[in-house]
Design a protein around this ligand. Structure first.
Ligand code: 13P
Ligand code: SF4
Length: 334
């Protein structure tokens, strides 16, 4: 069965048990609701695009599971009539912008993103008015209105490449994630102003919590998402997007890894790399790190959404056109 089951191991100097995910060998079976979703999907010519942070039962029946960049590419090229986006709101919006003739559904319209919320479009418009020559590079984790104000979009998978492509004479403002932006400055040597936003979940990993985890698993490479804070990234053997985590772990000779990102990633990793084990990086307070927005999508909401062809992402044609340009520039540059 494509299921990563956590097993427990008592850490010596932490207050909670670390969660270790391994591949579960039991046979693949679908619940009645999952089977109904699979049937409806075929009947309605729908495709389920699913982010790596979704719950395991959704990942299991998705047509494609991946990171923001992979999902954007899939959304742009699908022939399905309906895209059911199992992720958060800005991702579903991006799918609609890239393929506006399709019906794009999101099982829970409240599945937002703290990082996206940290950059309201009105504030960015105000900044632009005061600094008209600034080149705005926006991390894809932002609203369609923010995308429409930006020059180019990036994801964690291509941020270094995108920033390297920005003409050298331009002054860059990077929005909304200051941690990713700071990491990109280190990788490219390019000066950038950083918007003071962050992901509420990734900043929960602390230097101390990861150092304690490493004491217990000294041979396990640490793999961190660039949304983590600098003192945590500095402890990592590899800093990369969720998709690149799969390749890094596949190509590494190690058999156990400490993964510093949202817990849903463990399902993707255990499914693709059944012979390896993955320790969910502990935060200062807990052994798991779920994004409450990503976890709003459930199997029942996914089924209802397919049955009712709702809730649907909608936006004006002019917003779609303005937000399309910087996303298409990103796809061209990466
Ligand atoms: P990835 O693009 O690396 O999957 O990251 C998306 C995200 O929301 C990270 O918090
Ligand atoms: Fe947003 Fe953070 Fe959740 Fe990613 S993990 S969707 S950045 S709140």
């Amino acid at each position: 069965m494509y299921k990563g089951e956590p097993s427990m191991s008592l850490a010596t100097d932490t207050k909670f048990d670390l969660q270790i995910f391994k591949h579960n060998q039991s046979p693949p079976t679908l619940s009645l609701e999952q089977q109904e979703i699979v049937n409806l999907k075929t009947e309605k010519n729908a495709v389920i695009l699913c982010h790596n942070y979704q719950i395991e039962p959704i990942q299991k029946i998705a047509d494609y599971v991946g990171d923001s960049l992979g999902l954007a590419r899939q959304a742009a090229t699908t022939n399905a009539d309906i895209i059911v986006f199992c992720g958060v709101h800005f991702m579903a919006e991006t799918a609609k912008i890239l393929n506006p003739s399709k019906t794009v559904l999101l099982p829970d319209m409240d599945a937002g993103c703290s990082l996206s919320d940290s950059c309201p479009a009105e504030q960015l418009a105000d900044y632009k008015q005061k600094n008209p020559n600034t080149y705005i590079v926006a991390y894809v984790n932002c609203s369609a209105d923010v995308k429409a104000l930006s020059d180019v979009i990036c994801t964690s998978g291509n941020a270094v490449q995108i920033v390297n492509n920005v003409p050298k004479d331009k002054e860059i403002l990077f929005v909304p994630d200051q941690n990713l932006g700071q990491w990109v400055i280190g990788q490219t040597g390019r000066k950038m102003k950083l918007w003071p936003g962050s992901c509420y979940a990734h900043v929960l990993f602390t230097k101390e919590s990861i150092e304690r985890c490493r004491l217990e698993h000294p041979n396990a490479p640490v793999v961190a998402h660039p949304e983590c804070i600098e003192s945590v990234r500095d402890l990592a053997d590899e800093v990369c997007s969720t998709e690149k985590m799969v390749n890094y772990c596949k190509n590494s000779p190690a058999d156990t890894f400490i993964i510093l990102t949202e817990t849903g990633m463990m399902h993707r990793l255990t499914r693709e790399l059944p012979n390896k084990s993955f320790i969910a990086g502990p935060t200062g307070h807990c052994a798991c790190n779920d994004c409450r927005f990503m976890k709003m999508n459930t199997i029942t909401k996914l089924l209802d959404c397919l049955k009712n062809t709702s809730p649907e992402i909608s936006m004006t044609q002019s917003l779609i056109e303005s937000a399309q340009k910087p996303i298409e520039r990103m796809l061209k540059w990466s």
